[in-house]
Write a protein that binds this ligand. Structure first.
Ligand code: 6MZ
Length: 399
């Protein structure tokens, strides 16, 4: 039975769901709906072996939205490996992309950058024919273009019918092509060259490249030349950074060198940048490189909540190594993001609710965060200006 607290919580979620949002760090396969994952596994007769794909909240804790599921960074990579066994053909990636767009749109997202690692999937389930990495990207781009068109048409109809007070704003989306550092450098070059070609063919849609994957595998310096080429090819660059600890006393360690080399490259944005030691932290803050911060993901992968607070995300967030400092002391450029909504059981709305609760932010603070995120988007200036205006107007209406 719903309690008054549940009702209040749902009401609050509902209000925040109406707020326009900007999502700059969301991995396509990490956004898979759990129901879809199970459907695809059933169709393929695959038994998902990971214990994470189930009702896996920590035992003995309150099952509210503020509680974590156990997800260490290594757990996440085990889950990604399993997801790729079931999302194995073009129709399944088409479905995952379509549902991701629907889910972000339903959460009030007005601008979304999807990132994904191109893969040579099967043409069809059960077929022996392989499609190419280009087919993968073009399938996703096709879904994105069709979705955007339908969104704009729906919005125009809503406006002309005047039936709703605030018709949901249409979602605009862009693609970032990822390099997975668990794969070899040749593989990285393939993805970057594909990104450069697709940027020429879909100049508005393909906006950037990303380095992600297991941070314990290889080093940024192995891929540096790829990312220089991407830059030359007119692509923006975002790099996952400092997801594993390093210290100023161990400058020779590979984790330190990796984080330092990433900062020296001065990418357009950084993913996470969670565990920089003080000297590198100062370097980041002097460079003012925008950070894509993913609260739920950070609490889970850093295991900030499980051990110490019986699974509370809010308590976990109070122990976040950087967010408070960035928000209240250094005013660091931030974009609040979801990372992998399917893996972390989160949504764009939930991330804002959590941030607001954990740090006592007002709705005006959230508005500022959302508007500023758009400054760091990889879209062209015209689109950024236009979406920012749209966000401002909507906030004015709902305030
Ligand atoms: C690093 C991550 C990640 O590309 O198959 N990925 N890389 N850190 C993270 N934080 C938890 N979350 C996701 O989406 C899934 C892939 O994105 C990267 C991993 O390479 C993962 O396999 P795509 O669409």
């Amino acid at each position: 039975m719903a309690t008054p607290t549940d009702d209040h919580q749902e009401n609050h979620m509902q209000i925040l769901r109406q707020m326009p949002k900007v999502e700059l760090h969301a991995h396509l396969n990490g956004s898979i709906r759990e129901t879809t994952l199970f459907d695809l596994a059933r169709e393929r007769n695959i038994q998902l072996s990971s214990h994470h794909f189930s009702n896996d909240l920590l035992p003995g804790v309150d099952h509210s939205m503020y509680n974590v599921r156990p997800r260490s960074l290594q757990d996440c990579f085990a889950m990604f490996a399993e997801i790729s066994t079931v999302v194995d053909d073009l129709p399944s990636i088409r479905r995952v992309a379509q549902e991701m767009l629907e889910d972000f749109a339903a959460e009030g997202c007005v601008y979304l950058e999807i990132r994904s690692t191109p893969k040579a999937l099967l043409l069809l389930n059960g077929s022996s024919k392989l499609a190419t990495k280009r087919d993968y990207c073009e399938t996703v781009l096709q879904v994105m273009k069709e979705f955007q068109k339908l969104e704009q048409d729906r919005y125009n109809i809503d406006l002309s019918n005047g039936l709703k007070e605030f018709p949901r704003l249409p979602l605009v989306c862009r693609l970032i092509i990822s390099v997975d550092r668990s794969n070899d450098v040749m593989n990285g070059w393939e993805n970057i060259q594909l990104a450069i070609e697709l940027k020429k063919e879909y100049p508005d849609m393909v906006v950037g490249v990303d380095l992600g994957g297991n941070p314990l595998k290889r080093e940024f310096s192995d891929f540096r030349a790829c990312f220089e080429a991407a830059r030359q090819g007119g692509l923006f660059v975002t790099l996952h950074c400092a997801e594993v600890p390093c210290s100023d006393e161990e400058k020779e360690s590979s984790a330190y060198q990796d984080a330092n080399a990433i900062l020296d490259f001065v990418p357009d944005r950084l993913g996470h940048a969670l565990l920089l030691p003080p000297i590198l932290q100062k370097k980041l803050e002097d460079l003012r490189i925008p950070v894509e911060a993913c609260p739920t993901s950070n609490v889970m992968t850093l295991e900030l909540a499980e051990r110490n607070s019986g699974g509370s995300l809010l308590e976990g967030l109070s122990r976040h190594p950087q967010l408070k400092r960035w928000l209240f002391e250094t005013n660091h450029p931030l974009a609040i993001s979801t990372d992998d909504p399917g893996v972390f059981h989160t949504t764009a709305t939930k991330e804002l609710v959590l941030l607001q609760k954990a740090y006592s932010l007002t709705n005006a603070d959230l508005q500022k965060i959302v508007e500023q995120s758009m400054d760091y988007a990889f879209a062209n200036q015209e689109t950024k200006y236009f979406i920012k205006q749209r966000i401002k107007d909507r906030f004015q209406m709902i305030n």
